[in-house]
Design a protein around this ligand. Structure first.
Ligand code: HEM
Length: 443
């Protein structure tokens, strides 16, 4: 009894420390400095309504201050060349309190408080590890997501999209919410088939994903943080059970292959296996839903661009990249200096965090002409940085591009008179940007 109470107290204490380090502390520092005019707060802090406003003016305000903006919590980069320099540098690593970046007591406290539940931004997740472990994990899954491998999935993706569109048509009502009925279902069905996850679970997974998506945000309040951790725990419980099931009944999907690697000479530990499987699955549906939703909204609001695509359908792939450029599903990422370094000619000391605002780099006037204009014919639309850069470059970029192109093209071909209705709504998340609701009249 006493042992169980002690265990509960320790669990709560650890959860409290995780919240203080990842949310309470940054929130306090950023909120205080925002009152003194620090622009960083508006850029990276979650807050009621903050996800809804257009950040374009703010990007320009920060960019005007120079290549590296010094905020109270971290430095902020908005220029594409500077961001690429940070993301490709071996001197900068993921994880704000990385022990080898001199995180001091915070790194120690973070290690003590780490939960054994899957978390996309905690080691051993790909997103939170560095070579040599990162290289080893990535090698296990890269093969399935190469451009060539993804092209083999194109036919099946089109079939799934057509089935979903048939369902929309059959539902009888010409008014539908496109996010739950189409944008979310397309990527989750594809990634479920690749990984061997039963597609019957897709609605439940999307629901869990909504709560877990907040795990990428900074500065959550305590209640929201606990809700997010509960969603991660539910996902983790499902994942453990699913991987056990696969170990007993292997198929020829990616997860079965990963489980086999684990059992073949024990090369992957159980937490490593869960981290890789969980991230590839969650990243496979939590982001592309936003590419399709953001694309529907942009194309609907710019009918002249839809007209161009009707005349020149070969531009659909470029249109998906232009959507990724102008309204990217991932607002930003960040790195910490593990040794003294120089970026954009400025000395950076060990332990300094640099927030790289991918969405701002996508509107860098040094790279894109008329950067705020949505132009599906833009020749260098693909030069955006929405999939990051360097060794953490998105593993699923080719898959996401293909799904975005297929998803948008087939929808507008089937329903050329599609009209979005009042009531579109953005997700409450700050880093993952997209729509939760896109009510539409199909014809
Ligand atoms: C439009 C859709 C997508 C966007 C915008 C996107 C964006 C990103 C970004 C920005 C990163 C790197 C973050 C960083 O540098 O810190 C990343 C990494 C990753 N993405 Fe995606 N992603 C998308 C779709 C997908 C899909 C479909 C998959 C499924 C396979 C996927 C799997 C991953 C994985 C496993 C990583 C970690 C890579 C690593 O750290 O080595 N993503 N993604």
């Amino acid at each position: 009894m006493a042992g169980r109470t002690l265990h509960r107290v320790e669990r709560t204490a650890k959860q409290g420390v995780r919240w203080v380090l990842g949310h309470g502390l940054p929130r306090t520092v950023i909120t205080r400095s925002a009152k003194k005019g620090d622009l960083q707060g508006d850029l990276i802090l979650s807050g009621p309504g903050s996800h809804t406003f257009d950040l374009a003016d703010l990007f320009e305000e920060v960019r005007a201050q120079g290549p590296l903006y010094r905020g109270a919590f971290s430095m902020v980069a908005t220029d594409q060349s500077v961001i690429r320099e940070v993301l490709t540098s071996p001197d900068f690593v993921t994880g704000f309190f990385a022990p080898d970046a001199g995180g001091g007591w915070m790194a120690k406290a973070g290690t003590w408080a780490a939960s054994d539940v899957f978390n996309p931004i905690q080691p051993p997740s790909l997103l939170a590890t560095e070579p040599p472990a990162h290289t080893r994990y990535r090698k296990l899954v890269t093969r399935v997501f190469t451009v060539k491998a993804v092209e083999r999935l194109r036919g099946r993706t089109e079939e799934i999209a057509r089935e979903l569109l048939d369902d929309l048509e059959r539902s009888g009502s010409s008014e539908v919410d496109l996010v739950p009925r189409y944008c979310g279902l397309l990527p989750i069905t594809v990634i479920s088939e690749v990984l061997g996850v039963p597609v019957e679970l897709r609605e439940r997974m999307l629901e869990m994903g909504k709560g877990a998506a907040l795990s990428l945000d900074i500065g959550l309040d305590w209640g929201t943080f606990r809700g997010m951790e509960a969603a991660l725990e539910e996902f983790d419980t499902w994942l453990r059970g699913h991987l056990d099931h696969i170990a007993a009944h292997p198929g020829d999907d990616l997860l079965s292959q990963l489980v086999a690697v684990r059992e073949d000479g024990d090369r992957l530990s159980e937490p490593e296996l869960r981290a890789i499987a969980g991230l590839v699955f969650a990243a496979g549906f939590e982001t592309t839903v936003n590419l399709i939703g953001n694309g529907i909204a942009l194309l609907h609001d710019n009918p002249d661009q839809l007209d161009i695509l009707r005349e020149r359908p070969e531009l659909w792939a470029n249109a998906a990249d232009e959507v990724l450029r102008l309204d990217p599903p991932v607002l930003l990422t960040g790195r910490v200096a593990r040794r003294d370094s120089v970026i954009a000619g400025e000395p950076i000391s060990r332990g300094t965090i640099i927030n790289t605002i991918l969405a701002a780099a996508n509107r860098d006037p040094a790279v894109f002409t008329d950067p705020h204009v949505f132009d599906v014919t833009r020749e260098n639309a693909r030069d955006h940085i929405s999939f990051s850069s360097g060794r953490h470059f998105c593993l699923g970029a080719a898959l996401a591009r293909m799904e975005g192109e297929v998803g948008l093209r087939l929808l507008f071909e089937r329903f050329p008179d599609l009209k979005l209705l009042d009531g579109r709504e953005r997700h409450p998340t700050r880093i993952l940007r997209g729509y939760s609701h896109l009510p539409a009249k199909l014809s």
